[in-house]
Ligand binder design. Structure first.
Ligand SMILES: [Ca+2]
Ligand SMILES: [Ca+2]
Ligand SMILES: [Ca+2]
Length: 254
């Protein structure tokens, strides 16, 4: 990949168009995530308790890549569980707020699939979940990065699960694993208290509507505010340097 071209007439180092576009893309975070996305497509029907290995690894911080999972809910009670390998779990956002999941074309329902997203650790203990994305007034789900439940998580294997609203994870005694937060569907919810054992064994309840079809889960790095400021600062320095090199007069040949 050529970032700079050497102009033999002016003997000045000029940034290539690619370098300028890359600098602007870094500055504004507009790189197309699909260019570098790790994509996993559900094989058959992913299990709802054992997980389906994805081979997906958390993208490098700031790389603007995502992990994307494409799948299908085959029935109102279908649950799909996927294994993911995370190096910095606190930075990650999980979302089904996208045109595929939100499409209202049947067999989706009005407003698209009414999804829920759940994160479990390697022992299938509950970490965090969301039904309807906070503040967006949509039926799709969003677990934001840097939330209180993932901030201190260690690197390792985790599981992300998707279900329709009303289908909730439970332990062997059919106790629900996540707090209810008073029925606030837009809440980002952590583990329930008092459940024993505190591990996933089954899914309880059923969706009280008939909808099914394709979904997409987008897992992306969300830099913390300090990293974001640093990235913007580096991008500005890069642009300033490029500008100096472009506008600097060519050195005399003496
Ligand atoms: Ca499925
Ligand atoms: Ca399934
Ligand atoms: Ca929902």
């Amino acid at each position: 990949m050529q970032l700079f071209s050497f102009n033999s007439r002016s003997r000045s180092l000029r940034p290539s168009t690619l370098a300028r576009v890359a600098a602007v893309a870094v500055l504004f975070g507009i790189g197309n995530p699909l260019l570098n996305a790790q994509v996993f497509t559900e094989i058959g029907d992913a299990p709802q308790t054992g997980g389906q290995a994805t081979g997906l690894n958390q993208p490098a911080p700031g790389s603007n890549t995502t992990m994307t999972i494409n799948g299908t809910l085959l029935s109102p009670n279908d649950v799909d569980l996927f294994q993911i390998n995370l190096t910095n779990p606190g930075n990650l956002q999980y979302s089904t707020v996208n045109p595929i999941t939100g499409s209202a074309v049947p067999p989706h329902g009005p407003g698209g699939l009414d999804t829920q997203l759940f994160l479990f650790d390697s022992l299938f203990r509950p970490v965090v979940m969301n039904d309807d994305a906070p503040g967006l007034n949509v039926l799709q789900s969003l677990i934001p990065g840097h939330n209180a439940f993932t901030a201190a998580l260690a690197a390792g294997v985790y599981y992300i699960a998707i279900s329709l609203s009303g289908v909730d994870p439970a332990n062997v005694a059919n106790q629900l694993l996540f707090a209810m937060n008073g029925g606030n569907t837009q809440a980002v919810r952590g583990p329930a208290s008092g459940t024993s054992p505190n591990t996933l064994s089954q899914w309880s309840g059923s969706a009280n509507f008939t909808e099914l079809g394709a979904y997409q889960i987008n897992i992306s790095n969300v830099p913390d505010s300090g990293s974001t400021l640093l990235l913007i600062g580096v991008a500005f320095m890069g642009l300033a340097l490029l500008h100096r090199r472009v506008t600097a007069p060519a050195p005399s040949r003496g």
